[in-house]
Design a protein around this ligand. Structure first.
Ligand code: ADP
Ligand code: MG
Length: 339
């Protein structure tokens, strides 16, 4: 999706006031009636309608008059609200090029006044289902749209909370800078996703580091659930950084073992294929840990000493509640690994 941030400059205070009014109305309306928007925004002299037209022109809103005259936010409208908030907070001053398109996100470079470049991730949960049901019946559209706003916001909050907590426990993750709505700002990782790396100086070392991370995460009570060559970044010194946390689950999740094994399997498969590594002969300890391995060298989930609740304090401090966790865990994590 193109994010034309130039438009931001032309938007007035009133434009944002009306955009925010639509967002507020969407708490309990799929399509927010125009007169409700007008009441919430309470601009003088019926100015709301002119502003609505302008927002519509810039595709920040979608107009729907099938049942009554009303509007809803588009992705772009929601993006602008989050970006505006970040700019107001002084987190960054400019949005640059797009650096990643994930399954459920768009990633952009953003820059501060002093020239520091960071990464901004805009979560787009429910993007596919949202499109798929678009032409279907109203009550479906109703549900999916709610889901999109709510789930994207929740995913961002979860990602931010986990990134911060993991960072505090010494995991190699981007530095979590700020979070608003469906938007997370983090440090920019110099390097490439592992999937783009054709050669490594020390594939064994990198492999051990990565498997060691999965084990250490489990010791901290967590499973990444999408731990694979798309979500591991490698720099020129072959330093590993893990990214992409919205689908993480606790080791007490009912399918924990399956997710753990799947994460491990993705890594084994990838290193086997890409770097011709074979694992049967490997007998040395992974990362010097005391974790048992099966005959193929894969660490066994049951032998890991897991401390659930390890990160609870940090997560709560970021505003991520147990209920949020429950809500988001209703959505089973999917992996991008080719199984
Ligand atoms: P998704 O959840 O949609 O898969 P990711 O967090 O995995 O999103 O990001 C998608 C892509 O964007 C990554 O594969 C990576 O190339 C890039 N990316 C994400 N975060 C960063 C970052 N902090 N620094 C540099 N590149 C990043
Ligand atoms: Mg990803």
């Amino acid at each position: 999706m193109k994010l034309d941030v130039d438009v931001l400059r032309y938007l007035s205070k009133d434009d944002f006031r009306v955009l925010t009014a639509v967002e507020m109305g969407m708490r309990n309306h799929e399509i927010v009636p125009s007169d409700l928007i007008d009441r919430i925004a309470s601009l003088k002299h019926g100015g709301t309608y002119k502003v609505l037209k302008n927002l519509l022109k810039h595709k920040l809103l979608h107009h729907d008059s099938s049942k009554y005259d009303g509007f809803r936010l588009t992705y772009l409208g929601y993006d602008f609200l989050a970006i505006k908030t970040m700019v107001n907070r002084g987190v960054f001053t400019a949005v640059g090029r797009q650096i990643g398109v994930g399954k459920e996100s768009d990633i952009f470079e953003v820059a501060c006044e002093d020239g520091t470049v960071m990464a901004m991730k805009l979560h787009r949960l429910g993007r596919t289902s949202f499109r798929a049901v678009k032409s279907k019946r109203d009550y479906l559209r109703h549900r999916s749209s709610y889901n999109w706003l709510y789930l994207s916001r929740l995913a961002a909050l979860k990602e931010f909370a986990f990134m911060k907590a993991l960072e505090e426990h010494g995991f190699p993750v981007p530095n979590a800078v700020d979070c608003n709505r469906h938007c997370v700002v983090m440090s920019l990782i110099q390097g490439y996703p592992l999937v783009q790396v054709k050669q490594l100086q020390n594939p064994e070392t990198v492999f051990d580091t990565i498997i060691g991370l999965v084990v250490r995460l489990a010791e901290h009570g967590l499973i990444h659930c999408d731990f694979n060559e798309f979500n591991i970044m490698i720099d020129d010194d072959e330093k590993v950084t893990m990214i992409d946390f919205p689908q993480m689950v606790s080791v007490s999740h009912r399918n924990a073992q399956m997710y753990f094994d799947r994460d491990i399997e993705c890594i084994f498969k990838f290193f086997g294929k890409r770097f011709n590594m074979s694992f049967e002969e490997q007998s040395d300890d992974i990362d010097g840990s005391e974790v048992d391995e099966d005959e193929s060298g894969r660490p066994s989930f049951s032998s890991i000493t897991k401390t659930a609740g390890f990160l609870d304090k940090e997560l709560a401090a970021s505003g991520f509640t147990r209920k949020d966790q429950d809500d988001i865990e209703k959505k089973e994590p999917t992996s991008s690994c080719n199984e």
